[in-house]
Design a protein around this ligand. Sequence first.
Ligand SMILES: CCC/C=C/C(=O)SCCNC(=O)CCNC(=O)[C@H](O)C(C)(C)COP(=O)([O-])OP(=O)([O-])OC[C@H]1O[C@@H](n2cnc3c(N)ncnc32)[C@H](O)[C@@H]1OP(=O)([O-])[O-]
Ligand SMILES: Cc1cc2nc3c(=O)[nH]c(=O)nc-3n(C[C@H](O)[C@H](O)[C@H](O)COP(=O)(O)OP(=O)(O)OC[C@H]3O[C@@H](n4cnc5c(N)ncnc54)[C@H](O)[C@@H]3O)c2cc1C
Length: 640
Amino acid sequence: MSNEVNTDLLKERSTATFDAERLTEFIYKGPEKVKRKRQIQNIVLQDKFLQSFKPTEFYDRDGQYNNAVRRQIYIMDRLEELGFRSETDRLNFREAAAPVELSPFGLHSGMFVPTLERQGTPEQSRKWVPLGKSFKMIGTYAQTELGHGTFIRGLETTATFDPETQEFILDSPTLSSIKYWPGNVAKTVNHCLVMAQLYTQGKCHGTHLFLVQVRSMEDHTIMPGLEIGDIGPKLGFDGVDNGFMKFNKYRIPRMNMLMRYAKVLENGDYIKPKNAKLTYGAMVMVRVWIVMDAFKALSRATVIAVRYSAVRRQSELRPGGEEAQVIDYQTQQYKLFPLLATSYAFLLAAEGMSQIYAKISSDIERGNLEDMPQLHALACGLKAFCTWVGCEGIEVCRMSCGGHGYSHASGIPKIYANIVGACTYEGENTVMMLQTARYLSKSYFRGQRGESLPELIQYLTIDLNVKSTLGEDCSFESLVAAYSHRAARMVATACKLQNANKQKGMPSHDAWNKSTVPFIAATKAHCHLLYAVYGIVENMGEFMQDGYFNQDQISILNRKVLALLEDIRPNAVALVDAFDYPDHLLQSCLGRYDGQVYEALYENSKSSPLNNTDIHSSYYNYIRPMMQKRSKSKDISAKL
Ligand SMILES: CCC/C=C/C(=O)SCCNC(=O)CCNC(=O)[C@H](O)C(C)(C)COP(=O)([O-])OP(=O)([O-])OC[C@H]1O[C@@H](n2cnc3c(N)ncnc32)[C@H](O)[C@@H]1OP(=O)([O-])[O-]
Ligand SMILES: Cc1cc2nc3c(=O)[nH]c(=O)nc-3n(C[C@H](O)[C@H](O)[C@H](O)COP(=O)(O)OP(=O)(O)OC[C@H]3O[C@@H](n4cnc5c(N)ncnc54)[C@H](O)[C@@H]3O)c2cc1C
C-alpha cells in the first residue's frame, strides 16, 4: 500500500473553513481527553494479538463465537494489566480492540451486573456484585420467551414459592414459555437473571426477577432440571450466543429473588413494590444507552460514505471535463449531508438523554418516583426514533457507495446488521413509540384541563391558530416554533380521533387502538423536534396541512436546504474527520483516512478464502463431471 493520501482528500482537508481538531475536542470534551483516547487506540494498534484476527466475515459461526470469547477475555486481562479504572478509558480500549464485534460478555456487564446492583437489596448486592464484577459469576438477562417478548405481563415462566423448603420452583409450563433470544445463554454464562411470574400462597403477583444458576461452577455442565441451547444463526450478532432455556421444576433459594422493591417473606407473604414497573428498570437503562449506539453506528457509516464520495470519481459533471467527485452531485449531497447533521444531533441527544437518566434514576433510587413516567416516555421515544432513523440512514450510506457499499469490505453491512437489531430488542420500536404516544395523549388531555406539564412537553398547549413567522433568514426560533406547532397539531389530531372514537361508544382500548396510526406519526413528530430545515422539506405535508406555512415560506425553505448543501460541501470531509475514528475502528476499505480505496479493496479481496486455491474443489466434484457428461451427450447427438 502506498503511504500517500489521495489528492482529492488532501484538497478537501486543506480547503475546509474550520479546524476539525477543535471540533474533535468539543466532541470528546477537551484536548486532554482526545490525547488520552488516541494513546489508548495506539496501544491497541501495537498489540500483535489483537491485530492478528482476520475480519469476522471470513470465519464460520463457530469460529466467530470462539474468536469473540478469546478476544474479549484477552481484552479483560489487558485492561487489568494496564490498570485502566476510568469507564471512558475502558470503553475506548474495548471499542478499539473489538470494533465490530459484539461481546459474548456484553449482557453480563451491560445488564446482569447493573441489575444486581440496582434491583438487589444492599445485602444481595454486597454478595453478588463483587462476584459479577470479578467474573467469578458470569450472567445475562433472560426475559423473552418463544411466545412473548413485547408483552411482559404475558410471560409464562413461573416461580412458585415453597415455604416448606424456602425455595422458588421455576417452571416452563408450555412450549411458548421457553426462554428464547436471551444473549449469551447458550454457551457463555453460568447464571441468569430470569423474569418470571411470581406465585406465593396460591396467588400470582406478576413478573419479578430471580437469580438462577444455570451451569456448574466446576465444569460448566448444564444444571439438572434445565435444557439449554443456541437458537441458531441470525442477521447479525454473530459472536453472540443467543439461546433458549427450559425449566423443569428447577429450585432456587428464596433469597435469589431480587428484593430491593418487592419481597417474599419466609411465611410466603408478599410485600408490594411502590411501583410495579420498577422491575423494568434494566430495560429503561439499556434504552438510554441504545441512543448512543445509534449515534456511533450512523456516524461511522457517514464517515465512510462521505470520505468515499470525495475520492470516488464517476461521470462528467461538465461536458468534456474530468470525471467529477461524486460528492459534487447535488443528489449525493442531499443523501449524505443531512445524515452528517443527524449524526451530530444524535450525539447531543444521547448526551442529553444520559444526563436526564442519571438525574431521574438517582431520584428513583432515593424513593422519588415522580419523574418515572417522563423518563420512560423519553427513553422509549428516543430509542425507537434514533434506531429507526439511524438504520435508514446507514442504508442510504451503503447505497451512496454504489456497488462497493454492498461488500463487507466497505464496513457498512456489519454496522447495519448489528444496530438494526436495536429496532427490535429492548422493546420493539412501534411498541416503544406507542408508550410515548400514551404519555403524550395523557399529557395533552391534562394540558386541556389546564394542568401544568413538564417543560419538555409544554409545547402541547400552544395556540394552534398562530401561523409561522419564518422569513428569509430561517431563524432558529422560527424553525423550533414550526416543529412544536407540527407536533402539537398532530398530537391534538390523534387525541381528538381517540376522543371521537370513545364518543361513538367504543371501549377506551378500542378507541386507542383505532387511533394508533396517527399517534405513531404524532410521536415521530414529537421526537423530530431535533431537526431543522431538511426535516421540514422532507415532511412538508405535515407542516402545511393546516396552512401553518404559506407558499412563499415553503419556497424559502426549499431554497434554504439547497443553499445549506453548498455551505456544508467544503466542510463535509472535515466534519467527518472530526469524529476522529481511526481506520482500525472503521474497518472499511472505503472510509480510510488516506483515501487509498482501490488499493485497499484489491488487497482485501486477496484474503477471500475462495482465493486459497486457483481451482476450487467444486470443479473436480461437480463442474468437471457435469462438463464431461454434457460433452458425452453432445457426442451422441452429433452421431445421431
Ligand atoms: C444487546 C441486546 C440486549 C437485548 C436485551 C433485551 O431485549 S431484554 C428484553 C427487552 N424486552 C422489552 O423491552 C419488552 C418491551 N415491553 C415492555 O417494556 C412492556 O411490556 C410495555 C412497556 C410495552 C408494557 O408494559 P405493561 O404491560 O407492564 O404496562 P401497561 O401497558 O399496562 O402500562 C401501565 C403503565 O406503566 C407504564 N410503564 C410501563 N413500563 C414502564 C417503565 N419502564 N417505567 C415507567 N412506567 C412504565 C406505562 O406507560 C403505563 O402508564 P400509564 O399509561 O398507565 O400512565
Ligand atoms: C438481536 C436480539 C437480541 C436480543 N437479546 C435479548 C436478550 O438478551 N434478552 C431477552 O430477554 N430478549 C432478547 N431479545 C428479544 C427482544 O427483546 C424481543 O424480540 C423484543 O422485545 C420484541 O418482542 P417480540 O419478539 O415479542 O415481538 P412482537 O411483539 O411479537 O412483535 C411482532 C409485531 O407485533 C407488533 N406488536 C406487538 N405488540 C403490539 C402492540 N401492543 N401494539 C402494536 N403493535 C404491536 C410489533 O410492532 C411487531 O410489528 C433479543 C432480540 C434480538 C433481535
